[in-house]
Design a protein around this ligand. Structure first.
Ligand code: CA
Length: 494
């Protein structure tokens, strides 16, 4: 049993340069377990209202802690969103504007800050930032995107191939590291899943889930983009036409082991044979694709949730539950058939919003739901404050630590900023930027000379573009002006 409370005297808090910084009062420094999923939409979590996702462990984390209802990323693709979580700054500041960019790991990040202030730090799983991780005493990552079955792992000593399913492999590695850590210092563990990223390959334990069910379709599965700017119709991320045979499990099975192969075959072979015997076309085929896609996505989610359960069990078994801040998040959201899409990228709600759940027993009141406008840039400042390290140079976000303590947030923001760059490949999603307030959203497509304006209260599915409607001209002008001032504040000049 390893049990201790991390009480540090004021003088132990260190600034970025390593020198002692005075603090007003002793700070309890929690261990931090940061669980990051890849492409896990908030609306694929029970605690966020999903009726089909099976996420009992994430739901439990939320009911015992805090669920941020309005957490939004600043650029809804993997590498940029991850660099933002690490640095607390937007893409134009940290430089990772798209998935092709390489992260400069010499810039300040929250793991570096916590490491400097005395935390033991470890990272396992997906990194996806091209450069080697910095700020970790121990790291073992998937090269690039990683693989679901028998994944290759990269560490400072080289590459090796693990046996098993990715979500389980990295959970084993995380728990192994927790066993080897010292009891003398608090720890930061970053457990970063590949799942449920494309190509949504479920683990052997989850392949049979949803077998005989028909999942409900979103009302916008057959969206015609009637009022939207032309970019929405020009994308290549449709469930109707852009999923590959590999995505749909109509090609070669991925697993190599006999047990996993048998589970894979039991899940797909009969349905695949029926489709080949009687091919479907048009909307019927779209519906088939949707069922296959969403079931696989949710099976992957269930595997991530099982990992969360193992981590929570470990913390309880070792008497660490009270002294550990456990965070569950994703880098961005994802479309689960809304607008006819899979993937992310757009500033529409399903991709923009990410799940952010925190449990810290004794500090966060159980069952808290927070509705502040939170941005991905807020995570790093929050963890630096909670961990007693100095403010992160270059960070643009707000510390959410007051919310964790149940205090008022000093400077709540009126709007979050967004900018998407990657074009044309891989999905022909038109570059855009914009802002989201409590009630409205403005998207600007500079190449198209077009914009979109939505009233999220009246039109939560974002189907009725109000841009250009004279009735909303004043509102649009006001939002354009606020967007311009937000860009000035953040130092962005699109
Ligand atoms: Ca992602």
């Amino acid at each position: 049993m390893r049990r201790e409370r991390w009480i540090v005297a004021a003088s132990l808090a260190v600034s970025w340069c390593g020198c002692a910084a005075p603090r007003d009062r002793p700070t309890r420094r929690p261990n931090i377990v940061f669980i990051l999923a890849d492409d896990h939409a908030a609306h694929a979590i029970g605690a966020y209202g999903s009726t089909v996702a099976r996420t009992p462990h994430i739901d439990r984390l939320a009911s015992e802690g805090l669920r941020f209802e309005r957490a939004f990323c600043g650029n809804a693709i993997c590498a940029p969103a991850r660099a933002t979580l690490l640095t607390g700054s937007h893409s134009h500041m940290h430089g990772v504007v798209d998935n092709a960019a390489r992260f400069d790991g010499t810039q300040p990040t929250f793991p570096q800050a916590l490491q400097r202030s005395g935390y033991q730090t470890a990272l396992v799983g997906k990194w996806h930032l091209k450069s080697e991780p910095t700020g970790f005493d121990h790291w073992e990552i998937f090269p690039d995107q990683g693989q679901y079955y028998d994944p290759e792992l990269l560490s400072p000593t080289g590459k090796r191939r693990a046996q098993g399913y990715a979500s389980e492999v990295i959970t084993d590695l995380a728990l192994e590291w927790l066993e080897t850590r010292s009891d003398e210092q608090p720890f930061l563990l970053c457990l970063q899943h590949k799942a449920p990223h494309r190509s949504w390959e479920p683990g052997p334990r989850e392949l049979s889930l949803y077998a005989d069910e028909t999942l409900p379709e979103p009302p916008t599965l057959f969206d015609d983009y009637a009022t939207r700017a032309s970019g929405a119709a020009a994308q290549e991320m449709s469930i109707a036409g852009d999923l590959s045979e590999f995505d749909l499990k109509l090609g070669q099975p991925t697993p190599k082991s006999a047990r996993a192969l048998a589970a894979w075959s039991a899940a797909y072979a009969a349905e695949n044979a029926a489709l080949r015997a009687q091919p479907l076309e048009g909307d019927a085929r779209t519906r088939w694709n949707y069922q296959r896609y969403l079931k696989d996505y949710l099976r992957c989610v269930a595997g991530v949730d099982a990992s969360v359960g193992r981590v929570l069990d470990y913390l309880e078994r070792e008497g660490l539950a009270e002294d550990t801040l456990v965070i569950y998040a994703s880098d961005q959201g994802f479309f689960l058939g809304e607008h006819g899409w899979y993937d992310k990228r757009w500033m529409y709600e399903e991709a923009l919003r990410f799940p952010l759940v925190m449990r810290w027993q004794g500090t966060i009141a159980a069952g808290t739901v927070d509705r502040h406008l939170v941005s991905g840039i807020d995570l790093a400042p929050t963890l630096c404050e909670v961990g007693g390290s100095a403010a992160l140079p270059g960070a643009q976000g707000l510390s959410l630590a007051p919310i964790l303590r149940g205090d008022a947030l000093g400077e709540a923001r009126d709007a979050i900023y967004y900018r998407y760059y990657e074009y044309p490949d891989p999905h022909r999603v038109e570059p855009h930027f914009g802002l989201r307030t409590e009630r409205h959203k403005l998207l600007v497509f500079p190449r198209l000379g077009a914009s979109e304006l939505f009233d999220l209260e009246a039109d939560p599915r974002e189907l009725h573009n109000l841009a250009g409607d004279p009735q909303y001209a004043e509102l649009q002008a006001r939002l354009r002006a606020r967007l311009a001032s937000l860009q000035r504040e953040l130092g962005d000049t699109p």
